[in-house]
Write a protein of this length. Structure first.
Length: 137
């Protein structure tokens, strides 16, 4: 796992620092988008500035993205391969469960295709709420 993340970092011209690896392991291992608080709780020791810069550089390089940003905090999730430093291409939905309050990156059954006449659309974000799979069962 950490080897894989080290490779991803090298791929994007980022040094594989322990902090970056650790943050990626936390975000990548969760199975849902991870809040800043959750990241902080999972780090052994860190300083806020380094963590902030780490999240910023990982976002800039298209390795992670902000899944949600609201009054409860910022949530981060891993990007897929097609994201780059210039462009984040997400065709998924950010879903918040009303019961457990987890945030998920979910792919809809049918790929979203949004077009606006006369405009060049480069990206869009869809936020949805409801009840997640594990809370339903
Ligand atoms: Zn992305
Ligand atoms: Zn839930
Ligand atoms: Zn997402």
């Amino acid at each position: 796992m950490s080897l894989q993340f080290a490779e991803i970092l090298r791929d994007r011209n980022l040094k594989a620092t322990p902090m970056r690896i650790e943050v990626l392991q936390i975000i990548g291992g969760a199975g849902h988008a991870v809040s800043l608080t959750e990241i902080q709780n999972n780090l052994q020791n860190f300083d806020r500035v380094t963590l902030y810069r780490t999240l910023q550089s990982l976002t800039e390089k298209g390795i992670i993205h902000k899944a949600l940003d609201d009054e409860t905090g910022s949530y981060f999730a891993l990007c897929k391969d097609e994201c780059s430093s210039k462009n984040h291409h997400h065709h998924h939905i950010h879903f918040r469960c009303k019961k457990c309050e987890e945030v998920y990156c979910l792919s809809p059954k049918k790929e979203l295709d949004i077009q606006i006449p006369g405009f060049k659309l480069e990206g869009f974000e869809v936020e949805a709420t409801g009840v997640c799979e594990s809370c339903l069962s």
